[in-house]
Design a protein around this ligand. Sequence first.
Ligand code: SF4
Length: 365
Amino acid sequence: MNWKDELRKNITGIDDLIREPGLSEEDACLLRPILQQFPMSIPSYYFSLIDWNDPDDPVRKMAVPSLEELDLHGTFDPSNEASNTVIQGIQHKYEPTAMILSTQRCAMYCRHCFRKRLVGREARKESVKSPETAAEYVKKHPEINNVLISGGDALLNDNKVIRKYLELFSGMDQLDLIRFGTRVPVVFPARIYEDEEFLQMLEEYNRIKQIYVVTQFDHPREITPESTRAVRELVRRGIVVKNQTVLMRDVNDSEEILCDLLRKLTAIGAIPYYIFQCRPVAGLGHRFQVPLLKGIRVVDAARSRQSGQGKCVKYVMSHHSGKIEIVGMLDESHLMMKYNNSKYPANSNRVFVIEPKEDQCWLED
Ligand code: SF4
């Protein structure tokens, strides 16, 4: 299979949705204005995981637009990525890490994406001009010891673009590792396991510099024979695979579901690493955000049922001031938080306590 041909078969229009049971023509047509603002694109593999007989199907929620996206309460850039952008497509928020927006394309446009402002919207140009531009910036900043090639979806780049990144970054002594941020193993796994050229390329450069693939499984139903095969192929080539989950209302905000997800992730070799508090992004905040107090109860309950590997997962919030760990409850109403990464040195490793309201989903400024 040529993955690009396969991707052209993605579900992108309302007419494709109308064919499904569980979505009336009338309801589907109401979604048209949303698609104009926030594109839809669902690989046929991921589309096949949707249970159309269940109107609350979690897989459907992550893939198919909803009228709630018209609620633009919140901001399009809650982590203030604009303020961390040093040149187009490069963010340098924390001293040791450069984050590269390598493309604005994704295999699927997740309805909960915090980069909704740019994914699939080429008119809004935010991605880096070239791998060389990114490498030049990194070279000029010896304090950078790791790069995150993100997007959009880093694995939607052509193999030759990925090779260029690998060639440039694997030759830099200052870098300890190269990370790729991608949801391809979850939503379009054949792009990995059917592309031997890609796998061999990763294996080749991994001998020079350790490569990490950071992916995003959000629900146990996403762990299928196909996605397992993609993860295992990466692991077999020596790549470290880690997982970041977004905690989402009515998708995975239950002890049972989260517990099952974390266990299955450790079983397939995608090490759970972060559980992210969903950001207050315009068009999705109300649909997906889970209150902090509920979040910590669910995470703690699910985490306590894991092996040591599963217990490594941290519940975090990517706030504009830094990456803040939601450590745990001090008592019934107080939450302990800790800066794991801080934009401002004065906050580095700082521990603090908040008393959130029962429905509070984000840290106030
Ligand atoms: S793959 Fe990642 S960047 Fe792309 S839409 Fe999904 S969450 Fe956003």
